[in-house]
Design a protein. Structure first.
Length: 137
């Protein structure tokens, strides 16, 4: 837990190398004691994905978001929608607009099932969809 929190703080102050080191340590520790699909691993994969995304290393970010997604696929939790949104952001940054749109639409479907339409994540996802549609035209 301590390494995870340190990694988050390093990320907040844009010391991404240090953040990666901390998140990797947490991942190694948790992988040694938890099953591969344990929810606590999802959080670390997501943190690694966000850190790699901040570094512009989109392929590594996508790899970790997809690992996180595999764990959450079994549920309709709002975190699943958040991960789909992150993946959509990466695809959008890579100009893979159709893939981005697909992920954003899946995220919005989940948000609408779980949250009010005025919830910030729902509103932001709708904006993401509109932005991508504009880029497709």
């Amino acid at each position: 837990m301590c390494y995870n929190n340190m990694g988050l703080v390093y990320g907040d102050i844009e010391k991404y190398s240090e953040a990666l080191d901390c998140h990797q340590k947490v991942l190694t520790i948790r992988q040694n004691i938890l099953p591969n699909d344990h929810i606590e691993l999802e959080e670390i994969y997501q943190n690694l994905g966000l850190t790699y995304q901040s570094l512009g290393q989109f392929d590594l970010a996508l790899k970790h978001f997809n690992q996180s997604l595999l764990i959450f696929k079994k549920s309709r939790h709002s975190n699943l929608a958040m991960i789909l949104n992150h993946i959509g952001n990466i695809y959008e940054n890579q100009s893979h607009f159709q893939d981005a749109l697909s992920n954003y639409q899946q995220a919005l479907t989940i948000y609408r099932q779980l949250l009010p339409d005025t919830y910030n994540d729902s509103v932001q996802t709708e904006k993401n969809i509109q932005n991508v549609i504009a880029k497709l035209d």
